[in-house]
Design a protein around this ligand. Structure first.
Ligand code: 5GP
Length: 187
């Protein structure tokens, strides 16, 4: 059966770490590479972490109806899920895993319905989330401020997801997620 796993969370909740762990632990999963208009960060690689494209290319894809969903996650920074990624992964006989923002997660769940398991990763608190963003050391103070403000609003959408996993202990969260995904794939 064609299935998808959706991960959403405020930035800094440990979502990307948990997505990477799931990909390593569960071989049936394949990551859906999104398009974005933001610049690559640190060690990110084009067509591995994201398809890094220009705003013009992004607009072109919107007009071609190439996206399942897309969002302006931050001002002038667009992110979108490609229909072609989902088809490619299903054709490999694999289960798609998405790492998207909270609005995107809700849109994807509406689109895929029972084919989807949507998981919300919740940080223990806003203070802890801010501390993690600072210690990650990949964003400037202004970006961190924007992300923390956005997180407050995003937390109120947790109840729209199939499952909520509170990431206070990373190893516990990894185990919990593995169990959730495996039981969804097997049933
Ligand atoms: P970052 O810039 O930190 O890589 O990502 C910022 C936010 O955009 C994260 O919450 C990430 O999950 C989300 N994101 C990544 N790809 C997509 C996508 O295709 N659609 C949506 N709606 N959000 C995305």
């Amino acid at each position: 059966m064609k299935k998808v796993i959706i991960f959403s969370a405020p930035s800094g909740s440990g979502k990307t770490t948990l997505v990477k762990h799931s990909l390593e632990a569960i071989p049936e999963l394949e990551f859906s590479i999104s398009c974005t208009t933001r610049q690559p960060r640190g060690s990110e690689i084009h067509a591995v972490d994201y398809h890094f494209i220009s705003p013009e290319e992004f607009r072109q894809k919107i007009s071609e109806d190439a996206f399942v969903e897309f969002e302006e996650v931050y001002t002038d920074k667009y992110y979108g899920t490609l229909k072609s990624e989902v088809e490619k992964i299903w054709n490999l006989g694999k289960v798609v895993i998405f790492d998207v923002d909270v609005k995107g997660g809700i849109s994807l769940k509406k689109y895929f319905g029972d084919k989807a398991l949507s998981i919300f990763i919740q940080p223990p608190s806003i203070e802890e989330l801010e501390r993690r963003l600072i210690s990650r050391n990949t964003d400037d103070a202004e970006t961190i401020k924007t992300r923390v403000e956005k997180a407050g609003e995003e937390l109120s959408y947790a109840k729209e997801f199939d499952k909520i996993v509170i990431n206070s202990d990373l190893n516990e969260a990894k185990k919990e997620i593995e169990i959730l995904i495996k039981s969804f794939i097997e049933n």
